[in-house]
Write a protein that binds this ligand. Structure first.
Ligand SMILES: [Zn+2]
Length: 587
């Protein structure tokens, strides 16, 4: 046990030396300011912030050693997969050394090669739990022409300081040769760093970041930072992004930045990560505040963390004037369509799926038995927004909930609870929304999209042709042997016929099946009539009969109502910052 005395201002000193860039190897040295401790614990997180999945990052550690200030080796042993116990530590400090293998680029953990080093401390720098609140410094030994940047304050070339370990793990470092731009908006400094070559235009990113800042000002009226760093990794096969306290790491394919429709997806991600600066980095649910780095952090509110952020990312782009209304309506229609095509929505609530977000489910099983905290959370956020607007006679909205969460919990280590959210909503509406919460958040009651859209002055228009589309309820992919079933919807014709994931489709009604033209072929058939389907399951060839039905969820578009009421006009304006009457002119 730790029984030492540590001076509050004594820093933990981290040094990382790239020892073999080709093999993704670095040596880490940590000097701990420990006094008179009999035993200390060193831990590496088992997950990294922003990715709610156990990654067992200590698998990348080797050659651990530890010595005291007289350079005498100290005894140590591991007590579990991510904990090292060091005995007989003495009065004058301890130095820990180990090798780290940094080759987790796509997980945005750590990546070292001959062009750069990306370091999220979760996978690289150990910590002593007793010293978690100590200030610290980080020094990198990297090639001379590289530049190192991070959300942390720079205190020298390749050198940073942080107030504690929590800031360190939430401030990744990007070191290398980059495209770089810095600019200010109001009194805030923004930096854009791009590693990799692609079809991006850094000035277009700047322009969008500038506009997104304005929308954030309108919503929260305050910023938890005065400097923010956008880090981009651009490369083949890269996707996804992670939020951090005053920085983000966004990974994109090389050619994702044009044409406009592709760029809009990048910008939605950019807005998403930025919104997280408040929603999850500044205030977050109890259960993930403070972070426990050694195990899963449970909460039934992950849908507010990810789903509400997803709800706002598209809305931010619309409010910022980056989306035209029709871009927004398209995203919304796609989201509703994907929701309706997911049988899991009838089985699992968004609260239950939030709690289980750490489980890595089989794709088809989760498609049929759970919901996405992102998509479902966004739709439920939208419905909650409607609820607050309606019940407060249009005075308040979900924006006010976000603002109050920031005012009450921002920057603290105390997480908000379901009761806190309910109390905030009740203070805005003078009504108990327990019924809504039970039905739609903790329950699986179906949302009425016609009613929801109408509230905001919109309607859905079913695509005429799609009304008679045939449907089987399966999706396909190109497997190694040819067309393969990727997913089957519970209770669909494909499900009832006995098809499952991995079945290799050969022929339907006597003709070869291809992934590319399967849907065209399907539309040639008669709904309600049975057709022979030949496929391989493993080694065995099988023939079954399958009966297409008319698609229960035909495609649709969303448009403004032709004759909106005064309230609908008002809600749309409050919601988007746009006037409903001008929407059709902007298409
Ligand atoms: Zn997110």
């Amino acid at each position: 046990m730790f029984m030492g005395v540590v001076m509050a201002n004594e820093s933990v000193e981290y040094t990382l030396t790239v020892t073999d860039a080709n093999q993704h190897l670095a040596q880490v040295e940590i000097r701990l300011p420990i006094l008179e401790a009999e035993q200390i614990e060193l831990k590496l997180p088992v997950w990294r912030t922003g990715r709610y999945e156990i990654l067992d990052l200590s698998k990348n550690i080797s050659e651990f050693s530890v010595e005291n200030s007289s350079a005498e080796a100290l005894l140590w042993r591991k007590s579990d997969k991510n904990t090292w116990l060091v005995d007989n530590t003495t009065a004058s400090g301890v130095t820990v050394r180990y090798t780290v293998y940094a080759n987790m680029l796509k997980q945005r953990v750590a990546h070292i090669d001959d062009t750069h080093a990306f370091i999220d401390a979760s996978g690289v720098f150990m910590f002593s739990p007793e010293l978690r609140q100590q200030p610290l410094t980080v020094q990198l030994a990297v090639p001379g022409q590289w530049r190192s940047r991070s959300g942390m304050e720079s205190i020298g070339e390749h050198q940073f300081k942080a107030k504690n370990y929590d800031q360190l793990v939430d401030s990744p470092i990007e070191s290398g040769i980059h495209e770089f731009l810095e600019f200010t908006v109001a009194d805030r400094l923004y930096e854009i760093i791009i590693w990799g070559r692609g079809n991006h235009d850094i000035l277009k990113l700047k322009e969008a970041i500038d506009k997104i800042d304005q929308v954030a000002t309108d919503l929260w009226q305050d910023f938890p930072f005065n400097r923010y760093v956008y880090m981009f990794h651009v490369g083949e096969g890269l996707r996804g992004a992670t939020e951090h306290v005053n920085s983000t790491i966004i990974q994109q394919g090389r050619f994702n930045f044009a044409p406009r429709q592709d760029l809009l997806k990048v910008l939605a991600t950019t807005a998403h990560e930025f919104i997280h600066t408040w929603n999850v980095k500044s205030y977050r649910p109890a259960g993930i505040a403070p972070y426990d780095y050694s195990k899963e952090n449970y909460s039934s509110l992950y849908w507010m963390v990810e789903g509400s952020t997803s709800y706002y990312d598209d809305l931010f782009l619309l409010r910022a004037g980056i989306y035209k209304p029709k871009d927004y309506f398209e995203r919304l229609a796609q989201g509703i369509q994907a929701h309706l095509n997911k049988p899991g929505r009838l089985i699992s609530s968004v609260a239950a799926s939030s709690f289980d977000t750490w489980l890595n489910n089989d794709r088809q099983f989760s498609h049929n038995n759970s919901v996405s905290i992102y998509l479902e959370g966004a739709l439920k956020s939208w419905a909650l927004d409607r609820e607050i607007r309606a019940r407060s006679q249009f005075k308040y909205s979900y924006d006010d909930v976000q603002r109050q969460l920031y005012q009450r919990f921002g920057g603290s280590q105390v997480g908000y609870t379901v009761q806190d959210v309910l109390a905030i909503v009740e203070s805005l509406t003078d009504e108990d929304i327990g019924d809504f919460w039970a039905d739609y958040i903790e329950g699986t009651k179906e949302l009425d999209f016609n009613e929801l859209l109408a509230f905001y002055g919109l309607e859905k228009v079913i695509d005429e042709e799609s009304k008679t589309d045939n449907w089987l309820g399966l999706s396909m992919t190109s497997g190694s042997m040819g067309p393969e079933v990727a997913n089957v919807n519970r209770d669909s014709p494909a499900w009832q016929a006995g098809l499952t994931v991995g079945d290799e489709l050969l022929a339907l009604d006597g003709l070869r099946v291809s992934v590319e033209h399967f849907d065209d072929y399907l539309q040639q058939l008669q709904a309600g009539q049975s057709y022979p389907l030949v496929f391989f399951r493993g080694e065995q060839i099988k023939t079954i009969n399958i009966t297409p039905v008319i698609n229960p969820n035909p495609n649709f578009t969303i448009r403004p109502l032709a004759k909106p009421s005064r309230n609908q006009v008002r809600v749309f304006k409050d919601w988007t910052g746009r006037s409903l009457s001008s929407v059709s002119d902007e298409s």
